[in-house]
Design a protein around this ligand. Structure first.
Ligand SMILES: Nc1ncnc2c1ncn2[C@@H]1O[C@H](COP(=O)(O)OP(=O)(O)OP(=O)(O)O)[C@@H](O)[C@H]1O
Length: 264
């Protein structure tokens, strides 16, 4: 294994994802091949219903893949125990938060569950990790606030802090910028970029903010009907990948600006 290979945190090898019900298999996407490196921000984009959530759920063992292999570091995902998985991967989904009655500190503390005993007693290291997660996401001042009283933007930062407190090599987020205004969409994605680069964690997120992802990501996974492209935003622009994403009647991708524009 080369030294570069040592820094691969997630590998998808000839992966096929979808849904299996009794004798019927629905393939959502197949032939998915990519390797995510340590310390990189990776954006997953594609049109509505193309399979982004299905892919993220498969990569985090919430649903089984149809075929192919997924490795986290050098371990095959299907072989990882739930405990080892929780120490390798944290996930932030779009589902509404069930524990809104908790304070911000208590919610972020839930990220320490793979390390605490069954009653969830926090030791000094746990408290240090929680405070560090609150600090780097700029929410120390919200620590005692009840989650139900937070704005969507604040809550998103809390969810990211919880994932950071879990202290895993890989963080996966499904549409972390939903419901946020333009400023906060850019704020959250810039924060994810900084966290990936400063902490060395690999952060994979899905988003419909393609323009922002092009500006901020180190690598992107672009899912379209017949293909799944993987590379740096520049490489993907050069390959004309974004032009293929949507029907051309309404919007067109401008290679020079790296953004979409409505046809007048
Ligand atoms: N539980 C399920 N059983 C069967 N098919 C499903 C299930 N969940 C989703 N699908 C189908 O899988 C396909 C991909 O859905 P998915 O939610 O992964 O797309 P997406 O890219 O995340 O979409 P969006 O951007 O709209 O959130 C869709 O055709 C959807 O109807």
């Amino acid at each position: 294994m080369s030294s570069k290979e040592n820094h691969i945190v997630l590998t998808s090898e000839d992966l096929s994802i979808g849904y299996a019900k009794s004798d019927k298999q629905t393939i959502i996407a197949n032939g998915l091949n990519f390797k995510l490196q340590k310390g990189q921000l990776v954006g997953l984009v594609g049109g509505n219903g193309i399979g982004k959530s299905t892919l993220l759920r498969s990569l985090s063992k919430i649903q089984p893949q149809l075929s192919g292999k997924i490795y986290i570091n050098s371990s095959e995902l299907s072989q990882l125990s739930n405990e080892d998985l929780a120490k390798s991967l944290s996930i932030v989904l779009t589902e509404p938060l069930q524990s809104k009655h908790l304070t911000v500190f208590e919610l972020v503390a839930l990220g320490r569950h793979p390390y605490t005993n069954w009653i969830g007693k926090l030791n000094d290291t746990d408290i240090e990790k929680i405070n560090e997660a609150l600090r780097v996401t700029n929410i120390l001042d919200l620590a005692t606030k009840v989650c139900a009283e937070l704005s969507d933007g604040q809550l998103q930062k809390v969810m990211i802090a919880r994932a950071l407190a879990q202290d895993t090599d890989l963080i996966i987020l499904d549409e972390p910028t939903t419901h946020l205004d333009m400023y906060h969409k850019a704020y959250i994605l810039k924060l994810l970029q900084k966290l990936a680069h400063d902490t060395g964690k690999t952060i994979l997120f899905s988003s419909h903010e393609i323009d922002l992802a092009i500006q901020l990501c180190d690598q992107m996974i672009v899912m379209s009907k017949n293909d799944c492209a993987f590379g740096s935003p520049c490489e993907l622009i050069e390959q004309g990948v974004f032009e293929q994403l949507f029907p051309k009647d309404l919007i067109a991708f401008n290679k020079d600006t790296g953004s979409f524009k409505v046809n007048k």
